[in-house]
Design a protein around this ligand. Structure first.
Ligand code: ADP
Length: 346
């Protein structure tokens, strides 16, 4: 039986709750989920499932709908239509039950930096009705899990970015949720802290069977997920494991920078019978035996090719194949470069 639970039937909700304990039940089920802000469509008929104990990525450029979906899953917002079921409960009709099942780590910090790590966790525990020695033991356990035992009684403002993010995680996991929702959790972290966080997510998945949904605009992060959905303009344009998605592109991707790309595209088509796509001023071809073909092109059209590159398909190639445009527009690239310089202080 599939969730989401029927909001109108208490028995169905109870049944689904019982089934939620069953490892076979999907952790999250989205069914034709749509959301509009006035005239603007932010999510358009999004459907997918997150399996138990998998790390599921939601990859998309800015404006693709990740935050909107995240807010619906974390019960902060109601969708315009469709449904979101989490661990057997419907997010719209049973948000309280959903909140008990989810741990949420938002992009913006939620720990109080003026309090110690332990004080933050104690406070969180009280919100979930934990008290006394049970709370004390759980706080100790979580701080140890995220490697913060020795800093438990120091104010969070003295922590590095990576440590603060781990304190956020400990807070989100204190009440033993079965589903962890993370909104761009590595934003602003240095590479070492990113690796640490990923190692911890894998421990959570493998040892505690927590299902993780992580939003990201970083390809290398999406590559680490067990499966992912790629969003573009509110629609799911691809769904699968990173390897499955890349395998559909083919063996090699060629990018050709030419003095006159339109004319070269026509010449390649009439000579070799394949039509390159013109994307952001460059010709793009998916072609096995790319290195050999690159040599053929350079030899066939002397003086026309400025540069040519051959590479293995990436998730960006999957995005281009499914949408016909690049993951980042030039404007977004410039914006993202400024952001990342600000984050790293360079
Ligand atoms: P992402 O997190 O992938 O950047 P968002 O969910 O923030 O995407 O945004 C999806 C679309 O919805 C964008 O076109 C964005 O401009 C629009 N949007 C987001 N929040 C609001 C809002 N509060 N009011 C109006 N439009 C919004």
């Amino acid at each position: 039986m599939r969730v989401p639970a029927s909001p109108t039937n208490a028995n169905a909700v109870a049944d689904s709750a019982a089934l939620a304990a069953n490892d076979a039940l999907p952790a999250i089920i989205l069914s034709n989920l749509s959301h509009n802000y006035g005239d603007r469509t932010a999510l358009d008929q999004v459907s997918f499932e997150v399996r138990p104990a998998e790390i599921f990525g939601l990859l998309g450029p800015n404006g693709s709908g990740k935050t909107t979906l995240f807010r619906i899953l974390s019960t902060l917002m109601l969708p315009s239509s469709g449904s979101a079921g989490i661990a057997g409960y419907d997010a719209a009709s049973n948000p309280k039950a959903v909140r008990r099942q989810i741990g949420v780590v938002f992009q913006s910090p939620s720990v109080d930096v003026k309090l110690t790590a332990a004080e933050n966790l104690n406070h969180q525990g009280h919100l979930y009705g934990l008290t006394g020695t049970a709370l004390e033991a759980r706080v100790k356990e979580m701080l140890a899990r995220v490697g913060l035992s020795d800093r438990a009684h120091e104010k969070v403002e003295t922590f590095s970015g990576g440590m603060q993010r781990r304190a956020e995680l400990a807070k989100g996991l204190l009440h033993r949720p079965s589903v962890l929702l993370l909104d761009e959790p590595t934003t602003g972290l240095d590479p070492g802290a990113r690796i640490d966080l990923w190692q911890y997510l894998k421990v959570l998945r493998d040892e505690e069977h927590v299902s993780v949904l992580i939003t990201t605009h970083l390809m290398e992060e999406a590559e680490r997920c067990d499966r992912l959905a790629i969003l573009s303009l509110g629609k799911v344009v691809a769904l699968g494991t990173p390897a499955q998605l890349k395998s559909e592109v083919g063996d090699d991707v060629m990018l050709i920078d030419a003095a006159n790309p339109e004319s070269l595209a026509q010449q390649i088509e009439s000579r070799f019978g394949m039509k390159p796509a013109l994307i952001a001023g460059k010709l793009r071809l998916e072609q096995s035996g790319g290195h050999r073909f690159a040599t053929q092109i350079v030899e066939a059209f002397p003086g026309e090719v400025i540069s040519i590159s051959v590479s293995k398909p990436t998730l960006e190639d999957v995005f281009i194949r499914r949408t016909g445009h690049r993951f980042w527009s030039d404007a977004q690239m410039a914006y993202s470069a400024v952001q990342s310089n600000q984050e790293t202080g360079s």
